[in-house]
Structures are given as C-alpha cells and as structure tokens.
Design a protein around this ligand. Structure first.
Ligand SMILES: *Cc1c(COP(=O)(O)O)cnc(C)c1O
Length: 438
C-alpha cells in the first residue's frame, strides 16, 4: 500500500515528534495537518489544500508567510554573519534593534532570549535582583492577574493562572499572589467595563497596601489577556495599576508578548492607557513570525542598580542564542513594515472585517462579541468540553486554521488579510459553527 505524501508525514510525525499543547492520543482520531508551504495568509498542506492562517500561527505572524522584505533581510544577513555569542562580542543587528526598540518603547537596555517564557523569567529575575541589590532582598514576591498567562517554564508558571497548564506542576512552582482580573466580561449587572476595571484596581490596591514590602513586581498583559480567551479590559485598570505600583514601590512588568506590534491597535498596548511600565516583555510578532526571539527592556534606574564593580551585582543570565543576528535582522525588517501607515491600514482592515463578521455578532450560538485592534472574539453558548476540538476540525474542513480557547472562538489574522480572505474566514466560521454546535 502506498501512502499519500500527507499520510506519510502524519505517520512519521506521530512516531517521532511530541507536539506542543497536545494530548498526543487525540491524534488517533484527529489527524495532524502537514504543512509544506506558506504564502501570505495561506498555508498549504502536502496535498495542495490551502488553509487561511486566521490565528497568525499562534499570534506570531504579522505580515503573512514569506514576506519578501523579511526574506531579503534574512538572506543578506546569512551571507555575512549567521550567529555569534553576545557575551564579550557585539554586532550591528543587535545594536540597531536595541536602539529601535528603545525609541519605540521609551525603555532601553534590551536583554535578549529566544521565547516569551524566557522573557518573563528575565523580567521576574531582574526585578527581584534589583531589590536585592538595593538592600531589600525581602521584596521577592510577585503578584499577577487571575487567568493571566506569561509562559510555561517553571518560573513563568509562577505567574500563569491557567489550571490546565499549571496544576500538574504545582509542587514545582512558587506561585505568585493572584488579584482579580479586570476582564470586562466579569462586570456585574449594571456595571460597565470601566467600573469593572476600577473594582479590580481596588482589589489590587488592597493587596498592595498589605503586601508591598514583600513584593517585587506586578506582571500584567496590557489590554487583552489573550490566553484567557481574549479577555479585553478598560485602560483605566492600567492607569490605576501604574499609579499604585509607583505609590507602593513595586515594579510594573508589561507582558506585551501577544499584544505588542500593533495587535491591539496601538503599536504597544500600554499606549492605550498612556502609561510606561518598568519592564516590557516582547516576543511573538517581534520577528514577524519567522524566527524565535524575545526581548526585555527596562528603565535607566533598573539598569543602574546592576552597574557595579562587583560581578555578582550584574545580571548574569544568559542563553546560547542571545541576540542571534538572523533573528535581530528579521525583527528590524518587521519594524520597517510596522510604520504609522501600517497601523492606519490596520484600522481600515479592522473596520472592514468587523463589518464582514456581523453575522457572527448576531449568531444565536455566540455571545460576548468583542474586538480590539486586530483581535476578534466570541464565546460559544455551549458547555460541550469538546467544542474547541470539534470546531477546530470543522474549520480545517472549511480551509481555515482556527483553534478556539475553551469556548472562545477568536480571529487573530495576519495584518495583510484581504477582502476575499475575510469573506472566506467568516463564511467558513459560520459553517464550522454549524458543525460544531450541533
Ligand atoms: C505566548 C505568550 C507567552 C509565552 O511565550 P512563548 O514564546 O510561548 O514562551 C508569554 N506571555 C504572553 C502574554 C503570551 O501570549
């Protein structure tokens, strides 16, 4: 018996690859999709079927697959320098990227790693180490928001409040304190999003009043808690959190790993509240979805607290690929594309897709329709624990890559989605809903 190329890849992958975020046994009934090519918003499998990448390949892809400007930058960099260690050495791509990120965020001293969870670890370590350097080693606790997500390494799990990801490892984790989420969906009857934000801010205030002396930092996902199911909230919360952190001498860490680079409408989500955090974590869209890279930027004051003759007062954290030149070049090319004109085009695209998606807003099987920047979400009216997997599968049949989070269906498409792809996205979603909700 001869297998198609698709089937052969599936079999080999199941035998050799342990896939992320997956109970592997589910692939007995739900096949993997072997992707051989990407072009713009489309992914192609080995049999030539195409899928609209409506989740930007886990929120990383901003400008579609194989963007010529990013590809050209990578080719050129590969011809001069592939990689070099960043301790004791430096290179132009990392210098230029650090300068540009500083200019865009108002924070500097970029420290690099390769993934989001590592950026979280770096920010947490830097914050606690700063207090230690300043003679307050007891300020080493963290506070995070209910249903927050900051990555899944053991350190990052300390501030990630998603039981499915954390419970099995609870004995390994020094869990942070959790304060209520400003998620607008949690507003009680008669309360609006801003009042919900204020109520969550009051809970934070009460917590800080009591515990600030042992707290190094508050970590938040500004404006949208994406992994919680696109939980959007009012910027009032960020303004209050900023003021409270300043008042109580606690760092504010903005995890913009998912929200940065235009996803929520502004270049960075903190801009919606007009605040500056003490640390900002970046990854995901940073390289336009081409190479793994993350960065943490911070204030001059934080940097100065490590600057000393004593080696042990320095920040000695390192990863082998810190500041990889290829990844930095991809990031620079991505930033070239993400200019003000692109942010304005995104606003037009968002208006357009919101109109096209109206039938979903009005669908009796969906509630809590919400949108911010280039993110759309709805909650399915179902208690079927298999909804997400059933919808995912039905969507694949429609030529759509969509993975609901629990019962939350969301779109996070690349910014280059056009009218035809939008229609395909909404029509296919309606079909998939029909299949998944019955
Ligand atoms: C994805 C994500 C992370 C973790 O990034 P990885 O690269 O997957 O480790 C951290 N924080 C937020 C807000 C994220 O969305």
């Amino acid at each position: 018996m001869t297998l198609s190329r698709n089937e052969s890849l599936l079999q080999r992958s199941r035998a050799a690859v342990w896939h992320p975020c997956t109970q592997m046994k589910h692939h007995e009934s739900q096949p993997l999709v072997p992707i051989v090519r990407g072009e713009g918003v489309w992914l192609f499998d080995a049999d030539g079927k195409r899928y609209l990448d409506a989740v930007s390949s886990w929120w990383v892809n901003l400008f579609g697959h194989g963007h010529p400007h990013i590809k050209a930058a990578l080719h050129a960099q590969l011809d001069s320098l592939d990689h070099v260690m960043l301790a004791g050495l430096t290179h132009e791509p990392v210098i230029e990227l650090s300068e540009r990120l500083a200019q865009l965020t108002g924070l500097g001293h970029a420290f690099y790693a390769s993934d989001g969870a590592s950026a979280t670890e770096i920010a947490l370590k830097m914050s606690a180490h700063l207090w230690r350097n300043q003679g307050q080693p007891e300020k080493n606790g963290f506070v995070s928001l209910a249903q927050g997500y900051h990555g899944e390494t053991v350190g990052a799990l300390a501030v990630t409040d998603i039981p499915l990801f954390r419970s099995a490892y609870a004995p390994l984790v020094r869990a942070a304190a959790v304060v209520p989420s400003p998620d607008a969906r949690l507003a009680e009857l008669g309360m609006d999003a801003e009042q919900q934000a204020e109520s969550a801010a009051q809970a934070l205030e009460a917590w800080l009043q009591e515990h600030h002396a042992h707290t190094a930092a508050l970590i938040v996902e500004p404006m949208v808690q994406c992994a919680a199911g696109m939980a959007m909230y009012h910027p009032h919360y960020l303004r209050r959190a900023r003021a409270l952190c300043t008042q109580y001498g606690v760092h504010l860490i903005a995890d913009e790993i998912a929200t940065g680079f235009g996803r929520t409408g502004e270049r960075f989500a903190c801009e919606a509240a007009g605040i500056r955090a003490d640390f900002i974590c970046l990854s995901k869209g940073l390289t336009g979805g081409t190479l793994p890279l993350s960065a943490v930027l911070t204030t001059d004051e934080v940097y100065a607290a490590f600057y000393d003759d004593d080696t042990a007062r320095g920040f000695l954290h390192s990863h082998s690929y810190t500041g990889n030149p290829l990844a930095c070049r991809a990031a620079l090319a991505t930033l070239d594309l993400l200019d003000d004109a692109q942010l304005a085009r995104n606003r037009d695209t968002a208006r357009c897709l919101s109109l096209v998606a109206r039938p979903l807003d009005e669908h009796p099987g969906l509630q809590n329709a919400r949108q911010m920047g280039m993110i759309w979400a709805w909650d399915a009216v179902t208690d079927d624990p298999l909804f997400s997997r059933r919808f995912h599968r039905a969507a694949l049949e429609q030529g759509l890559l969509l993975r609901p989070i629990g019962r939350t269906l969301y779109f996070m498409p690349p910014y280059v989605i056009d009218d035809g792809a939008m229609a395909h996205l909404v029509e296919g979603s309606l079909q998939a809903l029909h299949g998944a909700l019955t």
